[in-house]
Design a protein around this ligand. Structure first.
Ligand code: PLP
Length: 382
């Protein structure tokens, strides 16, 4: 279905539309990479935990990766015992550890203190235990995304790890160092550093999880990745996992909104939409402008698209249009599959977008929210 037909077929906005054909396309690329390299692929459910996505992804992946007990429980509900569940988080809460250990198959502690505490408790190992390592190679300019920033809270620094015997106390290592990366250089350099530090000791491990952050579906030359996985398999006997999120769902979601007001402010045209940065908080948090299908670089009608909350900075940015926007026009923000819906909130009482699946040219409503959902969230018991 093309975007104009999609807009005509939607009965209400704001709407989050999951393009199931696009999802199948990225899952197909991942499945091919799995076949070519022998890597095991997990879908990182934090990017979009919609169970429709989990069900569609299940046949293409070896399991899911989770970052909390709730994500792990959801993953388990969908997978039952048909795949692996990997978990790593700085937020391991010891009150939840028993439940975590019986829910996931692989748990990577984030720090030496977490690992030591686990060993002091002499628990019966149920999950395979790993440790997140920070290779201390930074590839991201914005430190808010950079797990290898100075004083990072994410993983044990490779230098610290080298000075301990912790590698003997785990079956696996986990690393995750980039975001939306389109070449494998950071990965090959990070693994080269790991091999340089630990060499043959890596043979004592069973697995390595290379994390997410790579846009497999936007990379044309996979050979460096295939070689790397082959090396880790062959030289060290490691099972190699990856856990992408955005690469699987990023292109598979869009947000459709309607113009509900238009006016001029200090000489610029403002169009207020029936959505808000509430529905994609990273636009506000990181100050970036989302892709808009209707934007025409040479259009003669520059317009600031504004969200409908009370926040002055609830703005998507200035776009250009071929014709002046009118109340009722529908606009489509693309590439919204990852980290938008999952972070959406109801600030100002603005409802969450309804969720649709687009499958074989048909739109199916998967879920919508009403005042009752808002009321249930905020009504206290006494
Ligand atoms: C540990 C870990 N694994 C996997 C992912 C998924 O990353 P992406 O969606 O960029 O592929 C993240 C994202 O923050 C992460 O922190």
């Amino acid at each position: 279905m093309d975007i104009e037909t999609l807009k005509n077929n939607l009965d209400s906005t704001p709407a989050f539309v999951l393009d199931e054909a696009e999802l199948a396309r990225s899952l197909g690329i991942l499945a091919q990479l799995r076949q070519q390299s022998g890597v095991k692929a997990l879908y990182s459910i934090k990017s979009l935990p919609l169970t429709r996505v989990l069900e569609l992804a299940k046949p293409f992946v070896d399991g899911f990766s989770a970052s909390s007990l709730f994500e792990a429980l959801l993953a388990k509900e969908i997978l039952a015992d048909t795949g692996s569940i990997h978990l790593t988080t700085p937020g391991i809460n010891y009150a939840e550890l028993d439940q975590l250990l019986t829910t996931v198959s692989h748990l990577s502690f984030n720090s030496l203190s977490q690992l030591q505490r686990y060993h002091r408790q002499n628990r019966q190992p149920s999950a395979s235990i790993g440790l997140r390592v920070n290779p201390q190679l930074s590839y991201l300019e914005d430190d808010r995304y950079n797990p290898c920033r100075l004083h990072s809270k994410l993983g044990v620094s490779i230098d610290d790890l080298w000075q301990t015997t912790a590698l003997n106390q785990v079956q696996g290592l986990h690393l995750h160092t980039v975001f939306a990366c389109q070449d494998y250089r950071p990965l090959t350099e990070s693994i080269a550093k790991l091999v340089n530090y630990f060499g043959k000791s890596l043979k004592n491990l069973e697995w390595i999880n290379l994390g997410g952050g790579y846009l497999f579906n936007h990379i044309s030359n996979h050979q460096p990745f295939i070689d790397l996985v082959g090396q880790l398999n062959k030289d060290y006997g490691l099972s190699v996992y990856v856990e992408p999120g955005k690469a699987i769902v990023g292109d598979a979601g869009c947000l459709v909104a309607s113009v509900i007001d238009c006016f001029s402010s200090d000489g610029k045209t403002i169009a207020v939409l029936d959505t808000s940065v509430n529905h994609h908080p990273e636009v506000f948090e990181y100050g970036w402008q989302p892709e808009l299908h209707e934007h025409a670089a040479k259009g003669s009608y520059p317009t600031i698209l504004a969200g409908s909350s009370c926040l002055a900075g609830d703005l998507f940015g200035e776009y250009r249009f071929k014709a002046a926007l009118q109340v009722g026009d529908k606009l489509v923000f693309t590439n919204m599959g990852a980290y938008s819906l999952v972070k959406a909130n109801r600030f100002n009482g603005i409802n969450l977008p309804a969720i649709y699946g687009l499958q074989a040219g048909r739109l199916n409503k998967l879920k919508d929210y009403s005042y009752q959902d808002y009321r249930q969230q905020w009504f206290t018991d006494n």
